[in-house]
Write a protein that binds this ligand. Structure first.
Ligand code: GDP
Ligand code: MG
Length: 441
């Protein structure tokens, strides 16, 4: 894959104090091959390697303390540029509702994205509505209704016998309905075909013309490889779009399609879809994608995911409890339940540098440990949970029996709790904890 190829290329550079033009050429050639193998379009590869070569041969590198590192930096910079530079945010209309139309081939991930986007917006205080304007496939409307109920967001669909077969009319009616019912965002799901065809393109263009959306998001499967460029160009010519959504980034093909589509269409990538669940979704950050391609890890995404999973108010309360030494086993339990909400741990680990091995270990991760801990805490009386100091030997034995486990496990849990409370107290007071085995941070 692209990351591995580039990593090997850079490894060969490392340790060289000074780079000769031959070194630079060799490196650029390797980068070129790696990009082409990752299905980046030829034009994009040429432009990219041209810029990298020029900069790598310039003073900027020959004067650098560590030329190899400087070349990595240049590649990173140029990747960010080609991915669109700045992060692109969703444009909201000054006069609600904001209308967002989705376009793309069948199977690209539009309907799934509709649900993800709606859920994400609703969490942010918006009142979105989904619109079923894909009337091609018999199941499309039902699929959107399922997605809508998962997201907890209403779906506007044609009533049987009324507007069936006429997606333009459905879309227009939906916007009127949204205005009446004060939905501030309207997300219009449309039909796709397996391949680009004129009729589908016209239908999407007609919908666009009729509803004049604030955003037209072109959804593209990151796994489609070399076809990405032709498909994106066809949609740009036929419907045009304001931004791109890359779906199925959880698959193997990281990077190739992303690099090509943004560069060839000149339209920024706005969101990334990374799995089948509605939470596998995030705003697209060119700099993070670049470091993902270079495998520098994606610690920022990781932190953000963790943050959104923890309710802010809750976190503030907990911090206060830590600081005032009133953190209890009840809080410990609710913290663990919060942790469960945090998106797939496996996904998150995939973003960390060097965490691929850990990801494998996690495949055998023991979820039952969490369940056992829950059982132990639930076997305690409310007073015990609030005042763990009360937990003498006989109480621990009773709890172990109640939870169907051993006193040793109960002891282990109480110890972990006390350590966590002590450590968090230090953090809450502004100090840095010493995590055993890790040394000072
Ligand atoms: P549409 O035809 O464009 O509306 O595509 P759908 O939303 O129906 O998605 C097609 C298939 O791809 C479904 O099985 C989805 O579950 C799956 N899918 C959608 N987005 C993702 C993603 O980001 N990752 C993965 N792995 N699967 C996805
Ligand atoms: Mg669909």
């Amino acid at each position: 894959n692209l990351s591995d190829r580039l990593a090997t290329t850079f490894k060969n550079l490392r340790g060289k104090g000074k780079l000769s033009p031959a070194d630079v050429d060799g490196t650029v050639r390797e980068i070129r091959r790696a990009l082409l193998d990752a299905d980046v379009a030829l034009d994009v590869v040429k432009e990219f390697t041209g810029r990298v070569r020029e900069r790598a041969l310039s003073d900027e590198v020959s004067k650098a303390l560590n030329p190899a590192q400087q070349v990595v930096q240049i590649v990173n910079d140029e990747l960010i540029t080609i991915l669109g530079g700045q992060q692109r945010r969703l444009e909201f209309s000054k006069q609600p509702p904001t209308v967002i139309m989705l376009a793309g081939l069948q199977g690209a991930g539009k309907t799934t994205l509709a649900g993800k986007l709606a859920k994400w917006l609703a969490k942010d205080g918006h009142t979105p509505i989904l619109v079923a304007a894909d009337l091609q496939r018999p199941n499309a409307v039902t699929q959107l209704q399922v997605v809508g109920s998962q997201a907890g967001v209403p779906v506007f669909a044609p009533e049987p016998g009324n507007g069936v077969g006429n997606p333009v009319r459905v879309a227009k009616d939906a916007i009127k309905y949204a205005k009446d019912k004060q939905h501030d965002v309207v997300i219009v799901d449309t039909a796709g075909r397996l391949g680009v065809d004129a009729e589908m393109m016209k239908q999407a263009a007609d919908i666009r013309k009729a509803i004049n959306p604030d955003e037209v998001l072109f959804v593209i499967d990151a796994m489609i490889g070399q076809d990405a460029v032709a498909t994106a160009k066809a949609f740009q010519a036929g419907v045009d779009f304001t931004a791109v959504v890359l779906s199925k980034l959880d698959g193997d093909a990281r990077g190739g399609a992303a690099l090509s589509v943004a560069s060839v269409t000149g339209r920024p990538i706005i969101f990334a879809s990374t799995g089948e669940s509605l939470d596998d979704f995030e705003p697209f950050h060119p700099d993070r994608m670049a470091s993902r391609i270079l495998d520098l890890g994606d610690i920022m995404s990781l932190i953000e995911q963790a943050q959104s999973a923890f309710d802010e108010e809750e976190s503030r309360k907990v911090a206060e409890k830590f600081a005032t030494d009133t953190f209890t086993l009840e809080d410990f339990l609710s913290q663990m339940q919060q942790l469960k909400k945090m998106g797939s741990l496996k996904n998150m680990l995939g973003m960390l540098p060097g965490a691929r091995g850990m990801k494998e270990q996690l495949e055998n991760f023991d979820e039952s440990e969490l369940t056992r801990t829950e059982a132990i805490i639930q076997s305690m009386t409310p007073t015990e949970r609030r005042t763990p100091k009360l937990l003498n030997g006989s109480r621990r034995a009773r709890i172990a029996r109640g939870a169907g486990t051993t006193v040793t496990e109960v002891n282990g849990l109480v110890n972990r709790f006390e350590q966590a409370a002590k450590m968090m107290k230090t953090v809450a007071k502004g100090g840095m904890p010493n995590i055993p085995g890790m040394g000072p941070i």
